[in-house]
Design a protein around this ligand. Structure first.
Ligand SMILES: [Zn+2]
Length: 294
């Protein structure tokens, strides 16, 4: 019988249509070869960007992630979103490892919310989701000033950043990261021209790849420019995806679908890919301060 990740994912998609929240533990079916020792060492897979408080049923998503051995880094939309994610983390500490404080740049927030977010930077694991708007608004002076402040605070407190800045505004965001000497950052679900992608890589920042890489040429071209040591995976769930994912609720184990393509691109076995990925994740976000070892 064919137990390849591809056939299992197609099967999982079909079952998910019937049973919302269904997940498979794909790594369990991975053929055990000479890398089986690495598989047992590599206990986690990480979705580096999942808006858990925005999910229809956050607890169900977290329980499924726990069963699948997936840990999450969760950005927040604003301070209230951050508080909700911290509440979820108290009940699901193993699945929810890193929590970010941010103000989603596509939304508008009053100054009071911005100041609340700034005060939370010191206690947060990550500064994010922050950045510059592109889809829903044009960049204003206030957007630029707020992003500069988040960069300054991240640098002062040595926090990693989750950056939302695509296309025309990605280079501007990179400029601020460099100006404030932010040490660790990921450009999440990046879309940008080749020069900007190369500049982000040269500056040493991470770039995330989503399941879109399984069906979209643009993401495949992006992947080709990212060194193995500067890539991380994310779903941006529950934000909906297109292509074969249209109409489905985005869940963290979709990182496995991106991983198939990415591991193949780098010529790595499933086990070695995840081993490298988790090294990248901990270089980006730091080793979780709370101990959740089973
Ligand atoms: Zn996001």
């Amino acid at each position: 019988m064919d137990y390849s990740p591809t056939s299992l994912n197609i099967l999982a998609h079909c079952v998910r249509l019937l049973v919302p929240g269904f997940t498979v533990r794909l790594h369990r079916w991975t053929p055990r070869g000479r890398n089986s020792k690495l598989l047992s060492m590599n206990r986690f897979r990480t979705d580096t960007h999942f808006h858990i408080d925005q999910a229809r049923a956050p607890k169900r998503v977290l329980q499924a992630a726990e069963r699948a051995g997936i840990r999450l880094a969760a950005p927040s939309m604003n301070p209230d979103s951050y508080a909700e994610i911290r509440r979820l983390q108290a009940a699901h500490p193993q699945a929810l490892q890193w929590v970010g404080i941010g103000l989603h740049p596509e939304r508008e927030y009053p100054d009071a919310e911005f100041l609340r977010a700034c005060r939370l930077v010191e206690q947060a694991d990550v500064v994010g989701e922050v950045g510059l708007p592109y889809y829903d608004r044009v960049v204003t002076r206030a957007d630029v000033d707020r992003f500069a402040t988040f960069c300054r605070l991240a640098a002062e407190h040595n926090k990693p950043m989750m950056i939302h800045a695509v296309h025309d505004v990605a280079y501007m965001a990179l400029d601020f990261l460099c100006e404030y000497a932010v040490k660790r950052a990921v450009f999440h679900w990046l879309k940008a021209d080749v020069d900007t992608i190369d500049a982000i890589v040269d500056a040493g920042y991470f770039i995330s790849i989503t399941p879109e890489v399984t069906y979209r040429e643009r993401d495949m071209q992006l992947l080709k420019r990212i060194p193995l040591t500067q890539i991380v995976l994310e779903t941006d769930g529950p934000y909906a995806h297109g292509g074969p994912y249209a109409g489905l609720e985005t869940v963290p184990d979709w990182i496995d679908e991106a991983a198939r393509v990415v591991a193949d691109h780098y010529g790595l076995s499933w086990e070695n890919w995840w081993r490298q990925h988790e090294i990248n994740v901990e270089r980006l976000f730091g080793v979780p301060s709370r101990s959740h070892e089973a």
